[in-house]
Design a protein around this ligand. Sequence first.
Ligand SMILES: [Zn+2]
Length: 199
Amino acid sequence: MKETPLDSLIRAFAGLPGLGPRSARRIALHLLVNRERAMNPLMQAMAQTAENIRTCHICGNLDLTDPCAVCRDPARADDLLCVVAGISDLWAVERTGIFKGRYHILGGVLSALDGIGPDQLSVAPLLERVRGGAFSEIILALAATVDGQATAHYLTDRLHTLPGGTDLRITRLAHGVPVGGQLDYLDDGTITTALKARK
Ligand SMILES: [Zn+2]
């Protein structure tokens, strides 16, 4: 039997993070019933976002401009770099409002199990950026998982081998990040504490 457009819609929703078939059907029905109020604005917002979203060539963030708003912000410190695994981590740190430096998105963490090595991540661009920049501190804001910490260890070694790398202050998030904790799932207060107490 051929899949109807409604079936496709439900299947698309069901494939989104945090949604299953049940919530997918509820959302689809809500949109069908509220076409004017809910479906049309959603369609417009999605079409506009899809058309205008860019990957920042400096940090890897997604934004409507390249460079992104964070990289373009003249009020931010140019000597402070926060390295995160993904965009959701950047968002999580931004929500705290206490970090006023720049970011670098790795695109994941090293994982022997998943076959993710340095070449699959934005490691070379990070080293290039630090080499050409005037950073005094690099904050490795990676998850307190085995892979996250192994990645932080690896990056620390690589950063130290850069010219002047031994003068770099390389810090990690401190207390408050539970073992196995992904940044994204932490509340803002916990991230704030972890940032302030970095070492
Ligand atoms: Zn950027």
